[in-house]
Design a protein around this ligand. Structure first.
Ligand code: PLP
Length: 405
């Protein structure tokens, strides 16, 4: 875990921090760019104990599962961008979410999740946690009263994802964090992958933890998986000992090095993503084949006012529904798209689009029925095209989509 503040100047802006935080000139070689340190083990300058617990407090590196230099440089940069005391990196976004949930919750605890959130986390909490005696329930996090009603005496964590995957719902982080803490919920965690620290800084809004899939916007180029948890130094020190040392799902230094390089241009890329996404959203909204578009930056988004208040950048994610059946349009996309890739994932410099059927995702992941299913369908219709608008020319992205609509 990195908490080095030497290159984390509190007065610097996002563009400076994205480039310089965690990346001092190497004192030995005077290298300007970060070194890639792949070493699995390190030769310490004193005789450490064999257990990672003994190494706690030792300044240098001992073994790469406990900590390693290139990963620590990325952790410093992420903490600076998120204005967090500390950051911990993991092998993927799901590994980060898993580490936080399993590291903080114990048998007998309860966690509340949004009715729409990344399916990997929804499935982990719904299917796996009960085997360990942790109960999970879903609440509509766009409705604070619904969250309040879902809180139990044993609720230890409220999980928020904003904007949410795949509905593009925005949740009021400050309001929910205050509400949850006032009712005794210890941890408020926010998956801020869609927003990025350039749009929203959940810790400043009262959250205790932020989670990112680094595979998405922060890495930004679709060539390295990674994840991170950010929060208070003391919380992350305790989490790190268990979740990196004992669970072992650490980030490879090579991926950390790629993500460090990608993160340097995050502020520029987010501006470009937002500009392209707004142009594509407006194009789709005016398109006769399109039934509905959800983009937080459009006035037609049901929570546009909240998005304006909570997001400094509307990011590059949008969904849309077509009049024609989604699977038929999706089949044409696979065949005809020339530039946009018909593929899952998001936040890469190239545009990606995929089709998500409402019944399919509900059967595999959420299993809503009754009013929860009605609410889910209000945002999803029979299914949505989830598009991660890249930073190509907006006219070319629109022309590519027009080939299929
Ligand atoms: C919002 C969100 N959180 C977490 C994840 C998981 O990240 P990863 O694929 O890096 O494990 C994803 C992946 O799509 C996501 O969209």
């Amino acid at each position: 875990m990195a908490d080095d503040t030497r290159t984390n100047h509190p007065g610097w802006g996002d563009a400076s921090l994205a480039i310089h935080a965690g990346e001092p000139v190497d004192p030995h070689t005077r290298a300007s760019s970060p070194n890639l340190v792949m070493s699995a083990t390190f030769a310490p300058t004193e005789v450490p104990g064999f257990s990672a617990r003994d190494g706690h407090g030792y300044e240098g590196y001992v073994y790469a599962r406990v900590g390693s230099p290139t990963v620590a440089q990325l952790e410093t940069k992420l903490a600076a961008l998120e204005r967090a005391e500390a950051a911990l990196c993991y092998a993927s976004g799901v590994a980060a979410g898993h580490a936080l949930i399993m590291g903080r919750l114990s048998a007998g605890d309860h966690i509340i999740l949004p009715e729409s959130s990344y399916v990997g986390i929804a499935e982990l909490t719904r299917d796996t946690l009960p085997r360990f005696g942790v109960q999970a329930s879903f609440a509509d996090t766009t409705n604070p009263a619904a969250v309040a009603a879902a809180i139990r005496p044993e609720t230890k964590m409220l999980w928020i994802e904003s904007p949410s995957n795949p509905t593009m719902q925005v949740s009021d982080i400050r309001l929910l964090a205050d509400l949850a803490h006032a009712r005794g919920v210890r941890d408020v965690a926010v998956d801020s992958t869609f927003a990025t620290p350039l749009a929203t800084r959940p810790l400043e809004l009262g959250a205790d933890f932020v989670v990112h899939s680094l595979t998405k916007y922060i890495g930004g180029h679709g060539d390295a998986m990674g994840g991170a948890v950010l929060g208070r130094k003391a919380d992350l020190a305790a989490l790190g000992l268990e979740t990196t040392v004992h669970f072992g799902g650490i980030l490879s230094p090579f991926n950390a090095w790629l993500i460090l390089r990608g993160a340097g241009t995050l502020p520029l890329r987010m501006e470009a993503h937002q500009a392209r996404a707004l142009a594509v959203a407006q194009h789709l909204e005016a398109h006769p084949a399109v039934k509905r578009v959800f983009y937080p930056g459009l006035p037609s988004h049901p929570q546009h006012a909240l998005a304006r208040a909570q997001m400094k950048n509307f990011s590059g994610m949008l969904t849309f529904q077509t009049h024609e059946s989604g699977p038929a349009v999706a089949a044409r996309m696979v065949e005809r798209l020339q530039m946009v890739h018909f593929a899952v994932s998001l936040g890469h410099h190239r545009s990606l689009i995929c089709w998500i059927g409402t019944n399919d995702i509900n059967t595999s992941s959420f299993r809503h029925d009754g009013p929860a299913m009605t609410r889910f369908r209000d945002w999803m219709g029979d299914g949505v095209f989830r598009m991660s608008v890249g930073i190509e020319d907006a006219e070319d992205i629109c022309a590519d989509l027009d080939l299929c609509l």
